[in-house]
Each structure stands twice: as C-alpha cells, then as structure tokens.
Design a protein around this ligand. Sequence first.
Ligand SMILES: Cc1cc2nc3c(=O)[nH]c(=O)nc-3n(C[C@H](O)[C@H](O)[C@H](O)COP(=O)(O)OP(=O)(O)OC[C@H]3O[C@@H](n4cnc5c(N)ncnc54)[C@H](O)[C@@H]3O)c2cc1C
Length: 471
Amino acid sequence: MDAVAELISEAGQRLEPKAIITDPREIEPWAADWRGRVHGATRAIIAPSSTQEVAEFVRLAAEHRVPLVPQGGNTGMAAGATPPPDGSALLLSMRRMNRIRTISAENRVAIAEAGVVLATLHDAAHETGMRFPLTLGSRGSCTIGGLTSTNAGGTQVLKFGTMRSLVAGVEAVLPDGSIHDGLSGLKKDNRGYSLDQLLIGAEGTLGVITAVALRLVPDIAARAVAWAGVESPQRALDLLRFLEARTNAVEGFELVPEDSLRLVLKHIPGTRSPLAGEHRWHVLVEATTADAEHDIDAELQRLLAAALEQGIIGDAVLAANEGQAEAFWKIRDAISEAERAEGQTLAHDVSVAVADMPRFIVEAAEQVERAFPGVIASGFGHLGDGNIHFHVRAGAHAAADWYEREGAEITRFVDDLVVAAGGSISAEHGIGQLKLGEFARLGPPARVHALRAIKHALDPLGIMNPGKLVP
Ligand SMILES: Cc1cc2nc3c(=O)[nH]c(=O)nc-3n(C[C@H](O)[C@H](O)[C@H](O)COP(=O)(O)OP(=O)(O)OC[C@H]3O[C@@H](n4cnc5c(N)ncnc54)[C@H](O)[C@@H]3O)c2cc1C
C-alpha cells in the first residue's frame, strides 16, 4: 500500500464513514476549479466534523507525508482549492464543519465554523438585528474558511474593508496537527506576530482554518441604490469623492463601462438599461443607514441632483423600490456571465492606487487593444477600492484556441502594466495556482523571500496545499 492509501485506510478507522468519500462520481465535481479551467485528481475527500477530528487527521497526514488541499465551497477564482492532477494529495473538505457556535449582538461577534456558508451567516446575523457586512456574488456557496483564507473583498469593502478587517480571531489546525485558538476576541493582544493575520489570506498553505470570530455591525434599516451615467472613470471617482465629502452612508460604488452594460442587456434575460440615454461609463451607488429615522433615499437623491448640477454626472436614477434596486445590482453581478455568453474572456483582478485607477483603466485598455489587434479590453468593478476586474475579450473573430494561444501573453502584458503602475496582480482573488507563475516572475523579492521563509518555518514538511501561493 502506498502512503496515500495507508492514510485513507487509517482515517477510515478513526473518522466516521461519512467523513471519507472515495466514490469517484462524488469526488469529480470538487476536483476542478469553479471556472472549470483547472482539473485535478484525488483518491479521497476527507470531511471531518470537528476541530479535534481535523487535528487528528492532519497529524496522520504529516506522519505519512501526504499533502492536503483544504477546500470550502470551491468558488475561489485562482484554483487554490484544486488538487494536483497526479492524485498525490487528498482534499480536506471543511463543509461539514458548518455550525455557528455563538452569535452575540451585544459583543457584536459571531463565531462561525469554517464550513458555514456566507448567506447562512447573513441570515443568522439578521435574526439578531445585526449584519455581517461582507458580501459577494458567490455568497450562496462560499464558506467562512474560504473567505478568510483568500482575504476576500466584495462590494462593500469601501466602508467595511476586506475579511482582514472583519476577522476578530481565528481557530486553526497547524501543519503539525497542533491547534491555534485565537477566538478569544481580545481587543488588545501584543504578544508578537499575529498568527491570525498570517492565516488570513494564506490560501490554506499554513494550516486549516476551523472557526473564525467575525465582527458584526448593526443591521441596515434602509438602503438607497442609484445608477448614474458619467463620461469617464475620472468623473466616476469625482462622484465618489463628492459623495464621501457629504455623507458617510456610501458603502457600494461600482464602475460599469457601457460595453459591459450592452453585453448584459444582450445576454441576460429580463435586464433593461436603468437610464434612457447613452453614457460611456456608469456607476452603481449604494448608500445605507442603520437609523430608521434617516431618509436615505432623499439624501442620495439630493446629493446626486447636486452632482448633476455641477456637471460631475450626466444623469442618474434612484431605484424606486427593492425590486428595482435588485435589478440594478443584477446588471453589475451579471457582467462576467454575459461576457462568457459572448465568447472567450481573460479575467485579471488587479489594483492600483485609487487616484491612479481612472487613468489606468483607460490607458491600459488602449495599450492592450493596440498590442493585440481585435481584442476588446475594459475594466469594471470596485473603483473606490482601486480594484477593477480588467477583462480582455476575444472579439467575434477569434479562433476557438485564442485563450490557449494568446492568453498567457496578454496576461503578461497586462500584469507588466499593473506592476509598472505600482499595483498588485491579485487584488482580491489570491494567487492560488493560476497566478503562481506571474507572482514568481513579478513578486517583489523581499516579499517572496518572506513568504517562503514563513511557509518553511510553519510547514517544514510541505504538506499544506503545496504548489499554491508560495512561488
Ligand atoms: C460568482 C462569484 C463572485 C465572486 N466575487 C468575488 C468578489 O467580489 N470578491 C472576492 O474577493 N472574491 C470573489 N469571488 C471569489 C471568492 O474568493 C470566493 O467566493 C471565496 O473567497 C472562496 O470561498 P470558498 O469557500 O469557495 O473557498 P475555496 O474556493 O474552497 O478555497 C479558496 C482557497 O482557500 C483555501 N481554503 C478554503 N477553506 C479553507 C480552510 N477552512 N482553511 C484553510 N484554507 C482554506 C483553499 O485551499 C483555497 O486556497 C467570487 C466567486 C464567484 C464564484
């Protein structure tokens, strides 16, 4: 028996039967990444249901030197949860650890196990009059462990930050099977390096997160959602600064190019343009309040009217009701789906300094379209965070193998532009295995050296998600 078979057999003796999945048909959907671009293989999925079981299994894996790939909802965008194709690693699914251990409006903290799905946490917080203020398109499937391990962002980062600012503590099993318990939620704790912070964004390379203490905020009493037309990304940023100078209610601010809006209207049934006229760029604004007395609609309406008067925006419309607000958000959330329906798309999740982003979006798109004639480049998304999804579409003429033939070259071109602008080639999706080559090529040497040293110190046997994140 080889080491992997021995480990599966020993795990079978210690864990309950439903914690060991070896049926290839059950494994198959979890062995490829969400976009279906990277295909791995594994002989088993191990799905423990408690921190003790995770610890016991990790100790066994270390003894047998068998690599583990932690996995939550498998919605990550960098194939970080996809096992290698040679079947040498086992998938460690955290989905059965799905209890909310405590939730307290008074403490403003929820302790959720790693496998809790984000939408479940949203509902539980709402029932206590509180809110977990991070949300994103995958909320119905992504897990707290995966969100923490990728330091996920989403659409409300502007006001509440990424996972890093919403995590109050982490419980994790380290690569030697020991348990780190950081769930006390101490506001002050200066005992040196923060293991919690190291585990956030570690993509499963330093340990297995088993539970997370999460900060809650008071639930919203109302939200106002508006759609505005602007003539350039710079005007969009001007609008954000104009609003921020007058209110602290803005928490969502998404940039949408006309081209993306057209694609959504073409491919996504039931969508319609929020504004009557044409605008080169659009902005989706969401403002919220926790105060039931605060007329947030009236406030946003007044501010947009003032912005219109000052020539910052060309037009704007406020959603008249929740249904219309959802319809505006649907346009934003459906951009990737519409692009897929249109043809092949290369996605880049990049950031530069917020003030530099308007120019970057326009100039980078021009440069890419000049260097690769026929492609269509545009950026959309979280302008206020200096983070856009810079997508390059093949255009109608492209051959079926365009992605394979030209994709890597275009990505290198885009990444070089990002680095030249002082930015990051991964703003919120992580490195995983998809960006590992580019991170090795472009990662600042001091940063890469530190990553390798930390990885080696905490995981000397290299069993935690090898081949991901650390070049
Ligand atoms: C439609 C859609 C929209 C999205 N929008 C956004 C967005 O706006 N912003 C954004 O930041 N991201 C976005 N994402 C990607 C987002 O990163 C993931 O949805 C989420 O963070 C990953 O959660 P998961 O449970 O699916 O993790 P997985 O995909 O299973 O894993 C992701 C990584 O974390 C590791 N991991 C998972 N669980 C654990 C654990 N318990 N312990 C240690 N390591 C673990 C894995 O090994 C892997 O490296 C989107 C994804 C989709 C599909």
